[in-house]
Design a binder for this molecule. Structure first.
Ligand SMILES: C[S@@+](CC[C@H](N)C(=O)[O-])C[C@H]1O[C@@H](n2cnc3c(N)ncnc32)[C@H](O)[C@@H]1O
Length: 214
């Protein structure tokens, strides 16, 4: 299940109190890991971790799990956690394809920040808002489904709007320029987002919600 690209990174990850090395063992039992019944939010593709770490600091009553497929990238996130004691944050090194083997109807919110756009049409199923992934998320969400997306990529954003609404999601908090909108106030930026802001590029965002269909 784990992707070990680099032995040294794998070793560092295994030693970190933030990293859950055997996430499949906690399927259906993530509240035991946090030792409380608070909501759990996950970020898929957390990269170097700025967003999820700052969220965990700002919202101590929410549990956060950062997901990233490359352990070498996670090493950089762990450096940011060196002097922090956050009991509401865990990190796992898996590919999003494996979400169903790690979570069972226990997640309140999913963040998709600057996900890989997979620009070629033949790769559209790999986009994290494709129908195939939305089906996976149905088994991950606890009650209502809530997906919060930010991206600089207009094609991915357009694709996501179509895919999410066709699937049955309702879209709200939609902006084609997050940093010149009312949503800016509560926004926590990611590493990629900071780069795009510096270049003056607009950030697209949306929140997609769907009441549990069962
Ligand atoms: C463009 S970066 C964005 C990183 C961060 N969210 C940000 O906004 O700064 C996308 C990240 O998602 C990770 N990623 C891409 N596909 C993934 C997948 N299927 N499962 C887990 N992580 C993935 C990549 O390794 C990369 O770190």
């Amino acid at each position: 299940m784990r992707l070990r690209k680099n032995n040294k990174a794998g070793e560092v990850l295994r030693k970190s109190r933030y990293v859950i090395d055997n996430p499949g063992e906690y399927k259906g039992k993530w509240h035991e890991v946090f030792d409380n019944a608070n909501d759990i939010h996950i970020e898929i593709g957390m990269g170097k971790g700025k967003f999820i770490i700052e969220n965990a600091i700002k919202y101590p009553n929410i549990n956060f799990i950062g997901i990233e497929k490359y352990d070498t990238v996670l090493m950089l996130a762990l450096k940011k956690l060196n002097n922090l004691e956050l009991s509401n944050l865990k990190i796992i090194c898996i590919d999003a394809k494996e979400l169903e083997s790690v979570f069972d109807h226990e997640i309140a919110q999913i963040y998709l920040n600057f996900s890989d756009p997979w620009p070629k049409n033949r790769h559209h199923k790999r986009r994290l808002t494709s129908h195939d992934y939305l089906k996976v998320y149905d088994n991950v969400f606890k009650n209502d489904n809530v997906i919060v997306q930010k991206t600089d990529n207009q094609v991915l954003f357009g694709y996501s709007i179509e895919s999410l609404s066709t699937y049955g999601y309702t879209l709200k908090n939609v902006s084609l320029d997050l940093h010149n909108s009312k949503y800016k106030e509560d926004n926590i930026t990611t590493e990629y987002e900071e780069k795009f802001i510096q270049r003056g590029q607009p950030i697209f965002c949306l929140t997609a919600t769907m009441t549990n269909r069962e």
